[in-house]
Structure formats: structure tokens, C-alpha cells
Design a protein around this ligand. Sequence first.
Ligand code: AMP
Length: 273
Amino acid sequence: MEILTTPQELQQTRATLKGSVGFVPTMGALHKGHLSLIEKSVKENDFTIVSIFVNPTQFLPGEDFNKYPRKLEADKEICKRAKVDLLFTPTKESIYFEDEVLVKAPKVKGYILEGHFRPGHFDGVLQIVNKLLNLTRPTRAYFGKKDAQQLYLVQKMVREFYLPTKIVGCEIVRDSDGLALSSRNIYLSPQERDIALQIPRSLKRAVKLIQQGERDSKKIKEEMLKLLKPIRVEYVEIVDREFNFLEQIQPSNTIILVAGYVGSTRLIDNVWI
Ligand code: AMP
């Protein structure tokens, strides 16, 4: 595995790759969720590029940018073992410019849900993903459904900027207790982790209600909120795959999303119906 730290090195090395290229962008502190994306890329492509970059522009003032877990040595090992070909670990200085050209998240879909509670977050996400897609020019790029709105907005950017990459959405990987894996889970105390489990439980409850024939979004959200009482909920919402709010469940075209705080840790999760 080759480790590259500047955009120029990455561009040069990318140009030598003959065959299909899979790309997995991450912020590191890799866990089995990330690994599932990497393994899928390794399986489906001749070469796999992984990036690790805690992107400052997607954090709002007061968020956890400084304390975000950084485990580069362990991450390198994980990537090496998973047969990653190129690992890209740029610095902020190497990949950003002064007064640079900006990508803007769409005014509606970029400012609801995550974008409402983290205004400007998706501007930063799309800015860095655009750069990374241009540097890696992948055949396929892999994103987790865990960050469903991010996946949707990246897909939208790729379509509307006519980028030649296929975006592949990957299933959410959970711990055995149901909690979706996240680099931020390490912030949780054992007691907080117990409380956090109400999030996947509420999503399971929603799935059950739908299986029993319930279609009314309001009723489903009310039932979920009962289970989410110990959590400082930011939103429980039901949207279609294009992130339009739904009053009625549409089978095979619905995403149910939860975001909230357990202590000072912000967690998100969702289920695709
Ligand atoms: P992050 O390092 O948090 O920016 O995540 C990098 C990629 O891994 C994103 O596409 C995430 O959606 C994905 N990811 C994070 N956690 C999970 C998970 N539990 N299951 C599947 N994909 C995940």
C-alpha cells in the first residue's frame, strides 16, 4: 500500500492506474462500517483508494473538530490488511486554497434535517468530496447509508456536475446490540451507550408498525418519540429517497431518520423502507 499526502502525488499516481478504481472517502478512526465500504470497493474494482481527512470545513464552530478521534497508525494497518492500494492523507494546507472557489449545497435539500441543525455542514462536505472525486477520478465511490442525506447530496452533485463516477450506497453496519457504528461512539460512557440504544429501538419499532400496516408518518413518529424520551432529539423525520417529507409511508421509497444528543454526543441513524 502506498501512502500519499499531497494532491499532486495522488494525481500523478492515479494517472498510472490502468483499470477500474474504487474510492472510499473517510475521516478515519476506521471501524467495521468503513471496512465494509473498503471491502466492497476492493471486491468490485481493480484498485482501491481510501482517503483519511478530518475535513475542517464540514464542522461548525463549537462542534467536535478538535476532539474528533484521530488514529492514523491503526487506520493504516486496517487499510493495508484490507488490500487498499493507495491511502491518501492530505493536510488542510495541502488541499485547501486561500479565498478558494466554493461549492454550495442546494438551498432546500442541503438545509433541511442535518443541514437545518448544522447549517453549512453540507457546503463543506460537497467542497471536499468534489476535490477528492476530481483527484481520484474513480469508477465507483462508496458512501454509507448511515449518512443518508450526505449520500443523497453527493449523488445529486455528481449528477448535476456531470461527474463520471458511480456513487454506491452501502448498508449500515451495526454493533451486536443494534447501535450503528460511528467513530463518535467512543465518546459514549457505558450508561450513555445504553440510552443511545433507544435510537435503533425506535427505528425497529417503526419498521414493525409499517409491517403491521401503519402508513401514517405522524403516528409512526409519535410512537418513535415515546421510545426516544431519554434522548435530546433534534429530529425524527420520514422522507422519500429524494428527501421530500412524506405524510404517508411509500414502501420501497422511504427513509426514516433520527438525530439527537446523548449527553454531549450527537448521534444519527436511519432505516430504509
Ligand atoms: P466518516 O468517516 O464518518 O466520514 O464516514 C466515512 C464513510 O463511512 C461515510 O460514507 C459514512 O456514511 C460511512 N459509514 C460510517 N459509519 C458507517 C456504518 N456504521 N455503516 C456503514 N457505513 C458507514
